[in-house]
Design a protein around this ligand. Structure first.
Ligand SMILES: [Zn+2]
Length: 285
């Protein structure tokens, strides 16, 4: 993909407004989201949510396929952590220009590993109190990706400084739902964080190559959500696998696409580094 580093975004469009103007736009939209969460009437967790189509037990494990399909998260989470552990060298020709930029991704893949255990625990015995352990690691995953996007598109130091406050906000959103019964903060933490990630990707030029991989991640995320919504229909049509089981597997595939992007990308520092990165990574693939 050809991309003008100074003015272009993922789609090669000339970016509107100055950088400061675009930052203000993101901040205002984020504040509007927070305000909406505060003023909307409370949203309750529908109890029908815990009724999944495939409730077959096997080997003494209730809801067998919905429980074990979380294994995909463990596999890609550990693959991600092992890649981050091995990828020691830093520079324009590697996946991280500065070593500390891998921190949001460490948090991301740790969150993915814990999603495996949290979600398996929930599906073993689906109710509101076990759902907390499914949702907690997921908010860590979404918030760390938001922090990484801010770091790689707007400002490295700002993104890294926001990492822990964002993760804390995600954890707080789940706690808020558990103790007050209002689901809006959690809905915002999961869906609004994705909206902000998309907005930042459209509005700001990347620090690394392989931005187009994020379209795969977005596509798989939408597909996973569709499978989740069609849980009973897919189960009815196949009588073998339910939409929710497929959702777990597709979501793990989306995480794999994030890892693939990290493995294959190189940094944009200046034209010379860009050329070096292209050459080294091309030789490695
Ligand atoms: Zn699930």
């Amino acid at each position: 993909m050809t991309l003008d580093r100074r003015t272009g975004n993922l789609f090669g469009m000339t970016l509107p407004l100055t950088k400061l103007g675009r930052i203000w736009l993101v901040v205002l939209i984020a504040l509007a989201g927070v305000l909406a969460v505060l003023i909307l009437p409370p949203l309750r967790q529908p109890q029908g949510y815990h009724q999944f189509a495939d409730q077959r037990s096997l080997l003494g494990i209730p809801n067998f396929l919905n429980v074990i399909s979380n294994g995909g998260f463990l596999v890609v989470g550990l693959m991600g952590l092992s890649f981050l552990w091995e990828e020691r060298a830093v520079g324009a020709d590697t996946s991280f220009i500065e070593s500390y930029e891998r921190l949001p991704y460490i948090v991301f893949f740790v969150g993915v590993v814990f999603t495996c255990f949290g979600s398996a625990y929930y599906h073993w015995k689906p109710n509101d109190s076990t759902l907390v352990w499914d949702r907690l690691p997921m908010t860590v995953v979404f918030m760390s990706i938001l922090a990484a996007t801010i770091a790689e598109r707007i400002d490295v130091k700002v993104g890294l400084r926001l990492l822990w406050p964002l993760v804390l906000a995600g954890v707080a959103s789940v706690s808020c739902w558990r103790w007050s019964g209002n689901l809006w903060p959690y809905v915002a933490a999961q869906y609004f964080s994705i909206v902000l990630v998309g907005l930042i990707i459209v509005l700001f030029p990347p620090r690394y190559s392989r931005s187009a991989d994020l379209l795969w991640v977005a596509g798989l995320y939408v597909l996973a959500k569709m499978a989740e919504a069609l849980d009973a229909r897919i189960w009815g049509a196949t009588r073998f696998v339910s939409g929710h089981t497929l959702k777990h597997l597709i979501a793990a595939l989306a995480v794999y696409c994030v890892l693939r992007m990290l493995v294959k990308r190189w940094g944009y520092v200046n034209e010379a580094w860009l050329a070096l990165g292209q050459k080294v990574k091309a030789a490695r693939l």
